[in-house]
Structures are given as C-alpha cells and as structure tokens.
Design a protein around this ligand. Structure first.
Ligand code: ATP
Ligand code: MG
Length: 428
C-alpha cells in the first residue's frame, strides 16, 4: 500500500465541512473589509522566494521544496503566500490602478519542517495583503480583520504587537544586539551562531530553550526606533484603540520573514502550546521594491487554517452542523425504486437536497441508511403510491406518503407539489 507523504494530511469527506466553515467565515470577513481574492500558482521561480522571503530565514535556509523542472528551471512550491501576491501585483501593474489594492488568498503552503501537532509539511493559509497604503490606519485595519475573523470563529486569542523599525533604525539596533549576544555566543544553538553573523534580529526568533533564556534580556528594539518609526507605532496604538482592539506590546516578536518593516504582530492562543501562533503578520514596505517593482508600502498577515481548526477543537468551539438531506426516497420493490430514482433527480433539479438508495438495499435497510445520513423525511414508494398515478404522467399526478423520521407521523403529498412541499420544509 502507498501511504500519504510524511507531514501531509487528507481532509476526509466527513470532515470537509469544518474546513468549508472556516474558509467561508474567512471569505465573509474579507468581504466585510472590501478585500478581493487573488489566486496565484502553487509554484514559482525559486528566485522569488530567495529575494522575497529572505535568505537568512528558516524558510529559505532549510524548509523549501525546491526542484528542477524538465526545462531545468529551479522551481519552488510556495512556502508562504505574500511573495506570489507581491509578484503578481508588480507583474500585472496593479499599483497603477486605484489604491490601496486589498486582497486575500486561501492557499496550500509547503515547508519541509519536522512534523508535529499543528506543524505540517503541507498546510493551508488564509492571508491578507493591502498594497499602497503607508499609514498606520492600514496596519490597524488588517489587524482588525484578523481580530474579527478570530472572534467570529469563537477563538479566544491574545494580540501581541511590536515594531521592528526600518533599515535605518535597525542598523543601530543590530549593533546593540551584537554587543549583547557576543559574550553569550557559546551558549547559543548552531543556527543562532550563524544568525549572529548574518542577521542578528533573527536571534530573537529562535525557539530553542537555551537561546530563549538568553534573548529574554536582550535590548528592546523599541528603544532604537527612529522618530518616524516611533511615530508610526504610536499611531498604530491610537488606531487600535479606535477599533476597540486590546493588545500587548512584545518587543521579542520579529516574525519569521525578512521583509517586515515597522509593525509586526501575532495572535496567540495559549491552548495548543508551542504551536499556539494562529496568525502572524506585519508591514513590509521594502518588498515590492526588492522584487523590482516601483516601491509601494504594504501590510498583511497569514493565518494557518489547520491551527485555527486545532484551537477550535481543543477549546470546544462548536462548528455549525453540516446540512443534511431534506428527503430520502425509499422504494418497496424494483419498480418503486425506479420511481424513487426519478423523483430524487426531479427534486434535485428543483434545488432540493435529496437522496435515494444505490445499493439494492431492502426496505428496512433503506430506512436504516436514511437514518444514518440523517435525512429529514423519508418517502416510501409502494404499489399504492404508484397505482394512484396516471401511467404516462405519474411523476406529476401520483401521491406519496411522507414519513417524518423523528415523529413517524405521515401525510400525503402529490407528486406534482413535491418540490413545493420540500421547498417550504427547507424554509422552516
Ligand atoms: P511558527 O513560528 O509557528 O513556525 P511562522 O513564523 O513560521 O510560525 P508564518 O510564516 O508567519 O509562521 O505563517 C503564518 C501562520 O501559518 C502561522 O501563524 C501558523 O498559524 C501557520 N503555520 C506556519 N507554519 C506552519 C506549519 N508548518 N504547519 C501548520 N501551520 C503553520
Ligand atoms: Mg516557522
């Protein structure tokens, strides 16, 4: 037997409604904020991620699914959604149209990670990008969208915000970080030793226990912000207050991608331990320019759908039940089963969620099956029902007895008014 690749998961038919629910709420929330969907390819030229995500990030150094295609091009399965959206924004000249350009995506994402609960090699993200607006009100709007989504899903999470400044204030901060970490170098993990040389900011993002102890006392970026970045951060706080959103300031948050500037934020749930970050984002004013476009400010976030589902499950959030068939047609004998088949199809044409038997079940087994699929009503078609119709036109003229599964009450309905009858039931 061939097994599923490590770190991937099937969404089985019985569970798909949970995904549809979360994605539906996400799309609905995006619409309330006037965002339109963007769909970009699952694979891109590797170069896009090297430049877009940053070559000192975990993603680029060890997590990408990169291969040569048959034309000998280096191709990478998208490890995040922003780089592709930014590429498309540039390539399609969206910056020349009406600004800001507000978009969202729902996409599979691929990262070669060590699989564990809430950490997969193929996972899914709902993400948001707003291009063209530089003010902190755009940051607050994007945060508010994430906040609305999480609240609508019934999640209790905490928002943590920080500013990691711009390249100019970060130069002074990187120097301070290096001075702080230099005497602790021996105690840092292998990766952090490389981070110390290449990108000291990344030292704050390490998940190793020993490194975390050391970086707990590192200098705070907030003491190094230039006046413009400090002002942006103050404005963000004021806009969050206007939106009625609570937050904590956490100067340790730097996020996992290199393209962030100024605002960074995370929504964290305490319920699923180390993988509790359900959503992360920030501002990336340098990305569009870095990818060769006319510089445009941008802000966004991505939320992991598996993690949202995991937190919903572990905190007992109820997902609305899946819709059930409104009606099930059971046939007493071969002739009646044909009638059941025809009626089922006719009702579906009328937009009614209907089902019948395809397993040659006995009438008793058909009842059992109808119960299993939680059909609202069962219609039994026997000789009597068939006889009461006019032969050529029996679909329209016959009468059926309708049994309510729950109460076993029955009533008579004309074939001709069946669709109308069930449409009314649907509305009840
Ligand atoms: P983490 O710190 O958990 O590794 P990250 O900083 O790599 O997260 P982002 O790149 O910002 O995460 O991705 C946004 C969201 O995607 C995360 O907040 C999380 O919900 C989800 N996510 C990230 N990596 C995984 C993964 N391997 N499996 C499932 N979900 C993930
Ligand atoms: Mg990660």
């Amino acid at each position: 037997m061939i097994n599923i690749p490590k770190g991937t998961k099937d969404v089985l038919p019985a569970d798909a409604y949970r995904w549809q629910y979360v994605e539906g709420v996400a799309r609905e929330t995006a619409k309330l904020y006037n965002l339109k969907e963007i769909r970009t390819p699952v694979f891109e030229h590797t170069e896009l991620f090297l430049r877009g995500v940053g070559d000192t990030t975990d993603i680029v150094t060890k997590e990408m699914y990169t291969f040569r295609d048959k034309g000998d091009r280096s191709i990478t399965l998208k490890p995040e959604g922003t780089a592709g959206a930014a590429r498309s924004f540039i390539e399609n000249g969206l910056g020349n149209g009406v600004l800001p350009v507000k978009m969202y995506y729902v996409t599979p994402v691929f990262r070669y990670e060590r699989p564990q609960a809430g950490r997969l090699r193929e996972f899914h993200q709902f993400g948001v990008e707003v291009f063209g607006a530089k003010g902190a009100d755009a940051d607050a709007e994007v945060i508010s969208l994430a906040d609305s989504l999480l609240k609508r899903l019934g999640l209790k999470v905490k928002l943590r915000i920080n500013s990691i400044g711009c390249p100019s204030c970060r130069a002074a901060y990187n120097k301070a970080l290096k001075e702080y970490f230099a005497p602790h170098l021996d105690g840092l993990c292998y990766d952090c030793k490389a981070r110390f040389e290449k990108n000291p900011l990344r030292l704050l993002d390490c998940k190793e226990e020993e490194c975390r102890k050391i970086n707990a006392h590192a200098p705070s970026i907030l003491d190094y912000l230039c006046p413009e970045c400090a002002e942006h951060f103050e404005a963000l706080k004021a806009y969050l207050a206007l939106a009625g959103i609570e937050y904590e300031i956490d100067p340790r948050i730097v996020r996992g991608l290199d393209y962030y500037t100024r605002t960074v934020f995370e929504f964290v749930s305490d319920d699923i331990g180390a993988q509790g970050t359900v959503c992360g984002g920030g501002r990336y004013d340098g990305l569009i320019g870095e990818l060769g476009g006319a510089p445009a400010p941008a802000v966004g976030f991505a939320a992991g759908i598996e993690r949202l589902l995991l937190v919903m499950e572990s905190t007992g959030v109820k997902i609305p039940e899946e819709e059930k068939p409104l009606v099930y047609f059971a046939g007493m004998d071969a002739e009646c089963r044909k009638k059941a088949f025809a009626l089922t199809i006719a009702l579906r044409h009328a937009g009614i969620y209907a089902e019948t038997d395809h397993m040659e079940r006995s009438i008793k087994a058909q009842f059992k099956y109808a119960d299993k699929i939680k059909a609202g009503k069962v219609i039994i078609l026997g000789e009597e029902e068939l006889d009461s119709g006019v032969c050529q036109n029996e679909l329209q003229e016959g009468a059926m007895s309708v049994k309510c599964m729950a109460s076993s009450e029955s009533e008579k309905v004309d074939f001709s008014s069946a669709a109308e009858y069930f449409r009314k039931k649907k509305g009840e």
